[in-house]
Unconditional design. Sequence first.
Length: 409
Amino acid sequence: MPFYSADFIKEMPKSDLHLHLDGSLRLDSLIEMARSSKIQLPSDTVQGMHELVFKERYANLGEYLHGFQYTCAVLRDLEHLERAAYELAIDNQNEGVNYIEVRFAPQLLMDVSRGIDFDRVMHTVNNGLKRAMQEYNARPEIQQGDKPPFAYGIINCAMRMFSGKGFSPYYTNLFQLMRDFEPMQVIKLAAMELVRASVRLRDDEGVPIVALDLAGQESGYPAHNFKEVYEFAHQHFLLKTLHAGEAYGAESVFEAITECYADRIGHGYSMFIPEMIKDPTITDKARYIRELASYIADKRIAIEVCLTSNIQTNPAITDIKQHKFKDMLENRIATVICTDNRLVSNTSVSQEYQLALENFDIPLKRLKDMVAYGFKKSFFPGSYVEKRLYAKQCLEYFDKVARKYGFIY
């Protein structure tokens, strides 16, 4: 395997297409925000929070998600929300990330009783990201064309399910208002409201909302429950990604593509585990996986790969080399290296690339392909022609950096 130095990885152009805002705060900022909002944390020190909440390893997905109650709580403050978005963009810029798609569930941050409605949440996040972008793109090396500019899009997450009264004022109020409805009816209504509001704000006010995501517990809450929601997005040219193949098997990925028109898949690693297929009508599981992988590869449906996050939420993976990223590479699937949650997983895009490159056989041309997918499979907030020009600029810079570090194609 070729050797890729940390300096080369940091300097090469990168993207992050699976990046949760509420899982990627700076820890010292979280502590400061909590103190300002009088929110009690398990510890008021960075070391204490790492020991008690944001750990190196987690027992399960539930423990991994535990910290979101604190991040969401501090982000129900518009000043904090703008700061978190701004700092997230800065942190990416500082490690050579040129393009990010920031995703979050706006409804988890809304509190109408305090004037924090959907529109204000979205404008606030956009303001933070835009300010960081404008500052970065005003630098002389960007203005002179020596380096690619920074750009971003926003992905709004609908929730597959919701439980826990008091965690979200929006959902608590919605369930109270619709107490005679089945819980799934309420969740689907919230998702439909989200996608309609996203299209309106994109079209009427120019907020760069580029796609819809479906997040939350995958097992027991299949994607087909949200088919109508995704049909609305599809009909209004809002692009589509779903968390699929994270905690459920290959048929979940198939459903995301066929029922919800998925343009990309979030995680997808469980797709290659036959034991996780639960559909009794699928008798030849190995063949089903092969055919699905071939279909995804042929259609160039990109998978947003989050190595550290997957290891942390799946104790059964004891070695990174056990990750199904290897199967994705062997099946020639378009893969994009992502962080998932920079804080919760204590990682960065550069660290995720380092992990991939040190543990899997990725020659330089394949590495460039992976970098290219990050730009070409992005939901760039502009026309297709503009996206192609931007991707070309970033890939030309990749070649420039590669030559600087002595790589020859």
